[in-house]
Design a protein around this ligand. Structure first.
Ligand code: NAD
Ligand code: HSE
Ligand code: NA
Length: 434
């Protein structure tokens, strides 16, 4: 039972941007609800950010200000440091390391840091009886870390896949439904506070890969292995692909997929065509979705807002409440020194079907050559679309394949790309039949 007389949990917050300011606002608004739920207050005693004078819509007059978040982690007299700066190195990494050395718990939304240094950080924290919590780092407001680590703790999980980047899902949704331009929609996502400080992390798939590596660790009980994630972003997806996908009965989503196979652990992030009837196909805008395949619970689907101040602050404060209640769970579900090693399964081992879009010269025999390149690699074609005719000029051709090996598909595409009759690099999107 919580004890109403307990001292407040004193926290120091490093980073007051979209998430940091969101956390302070949430703590201000929900102060009494939080005190009722955990029997003690959560008190902000110090903050650090780059510009002291900026109006963030919160009262900081009774809070100690630090220009240097690392000094704050060491000296603020807090029980816990909240790291909301971002980045795998530099001030974020130093702030977390200093907090742990000083015996402080850590709550962070920083997936880049955990994807690259997560196992070391977990080891250090656990060796000192400290908690590192990171619900906000993966899929924003969705309680996916808790869902896997606690809710599905009795299961072996064989697969996890999902929409893990709100910015990309927002861009893909807007492009499909309004025909708006990529750059224009990205600017929107930035203004809404969804994008990373460097938005290429979002659109090139790196942010989703950070999250996937963390999820795979929690789901499979293996060390975080970001360097093995195959990554492709959404820059190559164009307006015509949405039209063809629609005609073929698919939606285009940037997915993260982690799977235990006989060949090891597969981790990949790339655009996918998914059947319109798949639950994940209708998860649009800034919403994220994660599907876990568990042996006893079977298939579990989590959906919610993956980015933005409110949902992310909700996840940060849920972690604060856990720590205020005195709860602690091994960082990645299994104590860091007992995480089991896993062999990465290479991308070439993927088996599945493919969508290919080509710009070819409209001349007799060209399609036969493409079919021959596929046949030579044992790739079986399923559907073939050609819209319009422009004899002697370029005409778009779209085909889909039956299940085949990634390695064979890549060999066939290399032959096709080298043909004089193929006028642009082939565009390929993998099809996932969930
Ligand atoms: N924005 C989201 O929707 C969202 C969602 C989930 C997780 N995250 C993660 O949360 C973290 C913060 O993201 P954000 O969107 O709030 O970023 P932001 O750019 O809005 O805010 C970053 C804050 O860190 C401060 N900062 C940067 N360098 C500093 C330094 N050297 N010393 C002190 N302060 C410094 C900045 O002044 C700013 O207040 C990142 O790790 C991000 O990946 C963001
Ligand atoms: N930039 C990230 C923030 C949430 O982690 C996204 O768009 O999903
Ligand atoms: Na989350």
């Amino acid at each position: 039972m919580p004890n109403a007389q307990q001292a407040p949990l004193k926290i120091a917050v490093a980073g007051l941007g979209t998430v940091g300011a969101g956390v302070l606002k949430l703590l201000e608004t929900q102060g009494s609800l939080i005190e009722q739920r955990c029997g003690r207050r959560i008190e902000v005693v110090a903050v650090s950010a780059r510009s002291k004078g900026k109006d963030r819509g919160v009262d900081l007059s009774r809070v100690r200000w630090f220009d240097d978040p690392v000094a704050m982690a060491a000296e603020a007299g807090a029980d816990l440091v909240v790291e909301l700066i971002g980045g795998s190195e530099g001030p974020a990494r130093d702030t977390v390391a200093t907090a742990l050395e000083a015996g402080k718990h850590v709550v962070t939304a920083n997936k880049a840091l955990l994807a690259v240094h997560g196992t070391d950080i977990a080891r250090k924290a656990e060796a000192n009886g400290l908690t590192v919590a990171f619900e906000a780092a993966v899929a924003g407001g969705i309680p996916i870390i808790k869902g896997l680590r606690e809710g599905l703790a009795a299961n072996a999980v064989s697969e996890i896949h999902g929409i893990l980047n709100g910015t990309c899902n927002y861009i893909l949704t807007e492009m499909r439904t309004t025909g708006r331009d990529f750059a224009d929609v990205l600017a929107d996502a930035q203004a809404l506070g969804y994008a990373e400080a460097d938005p290429s992390f979002d659109i090139d798939g790196v942010d989703a890969a950070h999250k996937l590596a963390i999820l795979a660790s929690v789901a499979f009980g293996t060390p975080v292995d970001f360097s093995s994630v195959y990554i492709e972003g959404i820059r190559q997806v164009s307006a015509v692909d949405f039209d063809y996908a629609d005609q073929l009965g698919y939606r285009i989503k940037l997915l993260g997929i982690a799977r235990r196979t006989d060949a090891g652990v597969e981790q990949r992030v790339h655009p996918c065509m998914v059947p319109k009837t798949a639950p994940i196909a209708s998860v649009d805008g800034v919403f994220n979705a994660v599907v876990a395949q568990a042996d006893f619970a079977d298939r579990v689907l989590f959906v919610g807002r993956g980015a933005g101040a409110g949902p992310t602050a909700s996840a940060v404060v849920a972690d604060l409440i856990d720590i205020a209640r005195g709860r602690s769970t091994p960082t990645f579900g299994v104590p860091a020194d007992r995480l089991g090693a896993a062999t990465p399964s290479p991308m070439e081992a993927r088996r599945g079907s493919y969508y290919v879009r080509l710009m070819v010269v409209d001349r007799p025999g060209v399609i036969a050559d493409i079919a021959a390149a596929m046949r030579d690699q044992n790739v079986s074609m399923e559907q073939f679309l050609q819209r319009g005719r422009s004899p002697g000029e370029g005409v778009p051709v779209v085909l889909t394949t039956h299940d085949t090996d990634e390695a064979a598909m890549q060999r066939a595409l290399a032959v096709i790309a080298a043909s004089d009759n193929v006028l642009e690099p082939p565009r390929m999107i993998r099809i996932e039949q969930f």
